[in-house]
Design a protein around this ligand. Structure first.
Ligand SMILES: *[C@@H]1O[C@H](CO)[C@@H](O)[C@H](O)[C@H]1NC(C)=O
Ligand SMILES: *[C@@H]1O[C@H](CO)[C@@H](O)[C@H](O)[C@H]1NC(C)=O
Ligand SMILES: *[C@@H]1O[C@H](CO)[C@@H](O)[C@H](O)[C@H]1NC(C)=O
Ligand SMILES: *[C@@H]1O[C@H](CO)[C@@H](O)[C@H](O)[C@H]1NC(C)=O
Ligand SMILES: *[C@@H]1O[C@H](CO)[C@@H](O)[C@H](O)[C@H]1NC(C)=O
Length: 575
């Protein structure tokens, strides 16, 4: 089945210059007679790739091979904007408050916490193998998966692995890779190129089997390069490193100068609100850093490709990224749009070509989506739903159309990446505290809102319809109307919705209004805004924190339960 190999090579080809010589001429779908084999999956996940800083514009091959041949989801979000917790959410189908892997390092996160919470026995590749799939993975698995713990235990569920290991995961060259049960080895060469080679090896291996396959490909580009700092547990973060052949691309590229780029007036909440303005040296650095990110994303030549009729290819990033927005140096981990709204594109059988979808989806939906495509019944404990990949799926109940919210959460600190200005005397990255928050996006027919409550009890409310850069916090503004109602009424609904989402489990996370309105008469923000519910929403407890914790401690996260509206117009506790 050389066709399979050729076709899938396209996935790795645009990750690096893999010397696209072999694939000659597209091969077309054969006659459709037999029962189709279950689909294969190629899942490509980059590291820290933004949607809002236009990095995709610099990947024309990606556009040609996936976006133009498939569907782009413009409103796809991660539900926690940092690598390891986001990947664990994606691979378990659960929000971080239900995985309790909330950080990149122990005690609250990283590979050891993933194992300690039992996820290594119970996550996507294990489930897919049980469903008859061969599973492969190359690149970065989880943070704190290292040369000292890679075999204690080995990640379960994979038929083949080539993992990048800490501490050199982000060194770009001379990184340490570890294959299956073999000992780690330092591999010369550019890590993205190596990952692309490994991916092609897995495709070669997978095509020989009768079983369908899943291949996860996780290059580190365009993440910051890191280096250990002597005497510090915190590394130094420097510019991402492009392959030499791409080092001089895009000499004129600059960070887009949106309204929130290094603004005159401070914006945001908590530590963000206190940041000084970036000076001219720092702004110049932001542009240089931005170019390095782009260069490390540049992809090799893709001359030709076959079209695989039974494979879905997903392309996304674990979380987004900011460079200079709200005066922040490069980094992630904030609830703002640059960090949470991430690239997502899918091509595959039945997926419309060259389309964009505005349905609200998130990483927590991905496990459910793969299950759905593979014909495996959804797990009860999924916090997400299958993404509607086609227009007709937008209308059906399985891919519930009542999608207007995404919940976003975070615990702990925020690392300042990049090596200018805000580094400590030793060169280690500076870390800000008080980066614990609950937030959500609500995007309905008439609304496009962001709402957050930080552990400092600061609140933010942005109307992205009129304020796409999140510069005017309506929570403390003198504006009085929003969505045709008194703004206080809108806030009371948002508060109640966030109260449900901040500790929801399974279907409560996908249908939160049903927790508040068990009679199902309210299924959206606009319905909840009906004045007849004003007193009900006014009675709900307010969201608050009693401390800024570094991990998930519900006892510090204020009220956990509110009221449900009953048929007689009265209300009582949830449940
Ligand atoms: C992949 O692993 C599963 C589970 O161990 C096994 O049943 C299957 O045969 C393996 N596939 C191949 C090609 O070795
Ligand atoms: C990779 O390692 C080799 C051999 O130790 C060394 O010569 C080379 O400079 C290293 N490359 C980088 C980019 O660090
Ligand atoms: C900008 O600030 C950095 C310290 O963060 C300093 O090293 C640099 O000299 C400043 N540049 C200008 C033009 O003031
Ligand atoms: C966190 O916020 C509290 C309350 O606003 C403040 O007193 C404290 O200094 C902040 N801590 C850090 C580490 O920023
Ligand atoms: C989450 O993990 C931390 C660290 O192990 C633990 O202290 C905390 O109790 C856990 N939270 C929940 C809700 O289980």
């Amino acid at each position: 089945m050389p066709r399979l190999i050729k076709s899938l090579c396209l996935a790795s080809l645009f990750l690096a210059n893999a010397g696209a010589s072999g694939a000659q001429g597209a091969v077309h779908a054969p006659g459709h007679t037999q029962e189709p084999k279950r689909p294969n999956f190629v899942f490509i996940m980059t590291d820290d790739q933004d949607l809002h800083l236009n990095s995709l514009d610099y990947m024309p091959k990606l556009k040609r091979v996936i976006a133009d041949e498939g569907t782009v989801f413009r409103r796809h979000f991660c539900t926690i904007a940092v690598c390891c917790p986001s990947r664990v959410s994606l691979m378990t189908g659960k929000l971080a408050h239900n995985t309790n892997v909330t950080d990149v390092v122990p005690p609250y996160g990283g590979y050891p916490k993933f194992v300690a919470e039992g996820h290594n026995d119970n996550y996507l590749p294990v489930w897919l193998q049980n469903a008859g799939y061969n599973t492969y993975c190359t690149g970065k698995f989880l943070n704190s998966h290292s040369t000292s713990n890679y075999n204690n235990p080995y990640p379960k569920g994979w038929n083949g692995t080539d993992f990048l290991l800490d501490p050199s995961t982000y060194s770009y060259w001379n990184s340490t890779f570890q294959s299956n049960r073999a000992a780690p080895v330092v591999s010369g060469g550019y890590s993205t190129d190596l990952i692309s080679n490994y991916a092609r090896g897995f495709i070669q291996e997978a095509h020989g089997s009768d079983r369908p396959f899943f291949i996860g490909i996780a290059p580190i580009a365009p993440h910051a390069k890191t280096a250990a700092v002597e005497g510090s547990s915190i590394p130094a973060f420097t510019n991402p490193a492009p392959a030499e052949r791409h080092a001089n691309k895009f000499p004129d590229a600059k960070v887009p100068r949106g309204e929130n780029f290094n603004p005159d007036k401070p914006s945001g909440a908590s530590w963000v609100l206190n940041l000084p303005r970036l000076n001219s040296t720092e702004v110049t650095y932001m542009d240089e850093y931005y170019r390095r990110r782009l260069q490390s994303l540049v992809v090799g030549k893709l001359e030709d490709y076959g079209l695989l009729d039974n494979t879905y290819i997903f392309y996304t990033s674990d979380n987004g990224y900011h460079v200079g927005q709200h005066r922040m140096v490069p980094g992630k981990g904030c609830p703002y749009e640059e960090d949470i709204n991430v690239p997502m594109m899918v091509r595959g059988p039945r997926v419309p070509k060259g389309r964009t979808m505005d349905v609200v989806t998130s990483h927590t939906d991905i496990a459910a989506t793969l299950f759905d495509l593979a014909g495996v019944p959804l797990r009860e404990d999924f916090d997400g739903l299958p993404m509607p990949l086609t227009s007709s799926e937008m209308q059906d109940a399985k891919h519930d159309p009542r999608r207007e919210h995404v919940s976003v959460e975070y615990w702990g600190t925020n690392i300042q990446e990049g090596d200018i200005g805000r580094t400590s005397a030793t060169g280690a990255a500076v870390i800000y505290g008080n980066n614990t928050y609950k937030a959500m996006r609500v995007i309905g027919d008439s609304s496009n809102l962001f709402y957050s409550v930080w552990c400092t009890n600061e609140h933010e409310l942005y109307d992205l319809k009129n304020d796409p850069y999140q510069m005017r916090n309506l929570f403390k503004s003198s504006e009085s109307k929003l969505l045709g109602r008194d703004i206080k009424q809108v806030i009371s609904r948002l508060d109640a919705l966030l109260l449900v989402l901040k500790s929801c489990k399974s279907s409560e996370c996908t249908l939160p209004w049903e927790v508040l309105h068990p009679d199902k008469r309210v299924t959206s923000l606009s319905e909840a805004l009906n004045p007849k519910y004003d007193a009900f929403y006014a009675a709900q407890p307010d969201i608050s924190f009693s401390a800024c914790e570094l991990g998930y401690f519900p006892e510090s996260e204020g009220p956990q339960e509110g009221y449900a509206y009953r048929r007689n117009g009265d209300w009582s506790n949830w449940a």
